[in-house]
Design a protein around this ligand. Structure first.
Ligand SMILES: CC(C)(COP(=O)(O)OP(=O)(O)OC[C@H]1O[C@@H](n2cnc3c(N)ncnc32)[C@H](O)[C@@H]1OP(=O)(O)O)[C@@H](O)C(=O)NCCC(=O)NCCSC(=O)C[C@](C)(O)C(=O)O
Length: 358
């Protein structure tokens, strides 16, 4: 215990003296600025995260992911899992969470992710081993304080070396020295994709055949299969700060309001993986998911802050009856998360196996 009468103890009674002391002291930094990263660099991430049912259930409960295969051993067995797995959104968030200290702790925003592939189910008790390779670095032409870095990351079972999930992600990363540009392009919107036909159809049910029939109908009627999900989820402390911290995600964006007050978002923002998991949960609540397979073109369009409410919108892009086991077919969706003002905050393409009628 500190003995405050010790003559060597610091005098903290005078605020000005302490201010001056802090001004003189160097800060021992965490994380890396943009200039640290070079193409080809490989990084092994050290935090000792072990996947757990507790963590997975906390993640699923808070994000409304209620698929029983991840909660109950009997349903997991019926669905062909050898052992009850942890939820794939939790797995992905944990693998990315432990990379943050090395890759993005300095505070750059998560812009997007591609080529997300689930290689095998992951079970509770699995210790993670996570590595990343820098695949691209470039300066931002619109935001002189930031660069843009892309990494390829793989999360493995530390004991067996088996790859569980891999992906490629892109972040804005603060520069140590802001670039000399006028930043004139900030906020410019891209052109957006093709507009959808006027008629939007909703599948009659939640099975593979329902999605297939809706797509066939849409083809015949020059329509699209696209619909909203009713549930919404308001972002609270547990979602914005609690869940990322539980995956060892140390990004200040999610838990340091003081630092974030002077950032483009002006406040703490939700971890992108929490945002997407909520939108996906809304979508999954309207389908009979069999297995998650892959994600592509994931983009984070706008900030999600405390008090925002997240809703989901889904478009069905394709059905493949040949992919997957007898009991399921593959459906490719485009999912969008949007907030209470109907502003899109996330979009991504997802291919999942959906159970058949029989
Ligand atoms: C960041 C904001 C302000 C930029 O807003 P803006 O208007 O400046 O947007 P933009 O012009 O669309 O993009 C800026 C630059 O990024 C590039 N870009 C954009 N997307 C991509 C992409 N996918 N791949 C490659 N490059 C991309 C884009 O081409 C452009 O380049 P330029 O400056 O040279 O013109 C805006 O996009 C926004 O608000 N996005 C939401 C960010 C967010 O909330 N992310 C999730 C939370 S942060 C997080 O989870 C953290 C994590 C997981 O913990 C952790 O990484 O540590």
């Amino acid at each position: 215990m500190t003995e405050w009468s010790d003559p060597d103890a610091m005098d903290l009674s005078d605020g000005e003296t302490f201010d001056a002391l802090l001004d003189r002291a160097d800060t021992r930094e965490k994380g890396h600025f943009f200039e640290f990263f070079s193409e080809g660099d490989e990084l092994a991430h050290d935090p000792g995260l072990r996947l757990s049912h507790h963590g997975s259930e906390q993640w699923m409960g808070q994000t409304l992911n209620h698929d029983p295969a991840y909660w109950r051993a009997d349903t997991a067995a019926e669905r062909g899992f050898e052992k009850r797995p942890v939820h794939p959104d939790y797995l992905l968030a944990c693998v990315m969470g432990v990379t943050v200290e090395d890759l993005s702790e300095k505070g750059g925003y998560f812009l997007g992710r591609d080529d997300v592939e689930f290689h095998r189910p992951a079970t509770a008790g699995t210790p993670l081993s996570v590595t990343s390779t820098v695949v691209d670095t470039r300066t931002s032409s619109s935001r002189p304080k930031y660069g843009i870095v892309t990494w390829e990351t793989a999360g493995r079972n530390r004991e067996t070396g088996e790859t569980l999930v891999s992906y490629r992600r892109t972040n804005m990363i603060p520069r140590r020295e802001p670039a000399a540009t006028d930043g004139g392009a900030v906020g410019e919107q891209d052109e957006g994709g093709p507009t959808l036909p006027d008629t939007l159809l909703t599948p009659d049910g939640e099975r593979f055949e329902d999605f297939q029939a809706a797509l066939d109908r849409a083809d015949a009627e020059n329509a699209a299969v696209a619909y909203r999900h009713e549930r919404g989820r308001t972002m609270d402390d547990q979602l914005v700060a609690g869940l990322p911290l539980a995956t060892l995600n140390t990004a200040r964006q999610h838990h340091n309001r003081d630092e974030m007050a002077d950032s483009p978002s002006g406040d703490i923002v939700a971890y992108g993986d929490v945002t997407r998991s909520i939108a996906l949960a809304h979508a999954r609540s309207d389908e009979a998911t069999y297995r998650e397979q892959r994600f592509a073109d994931e983009r984070f369009h706008d900030f999600v802050t405390l008090g925002d409410t997240l809703y989901g919108f889904t478009r069905v892009l394709d059905c493949d009856p040949e992919a997957g086991p007898e009991r399921a077919g593959a459906v490719t969706f485009e999912h969008v998360a949007f907030n209470q003002d109907q502003t899109p905050v996330y979009s991504g393409r997802r291919t999942a196996l959906i159970q058949r009628d029989t």
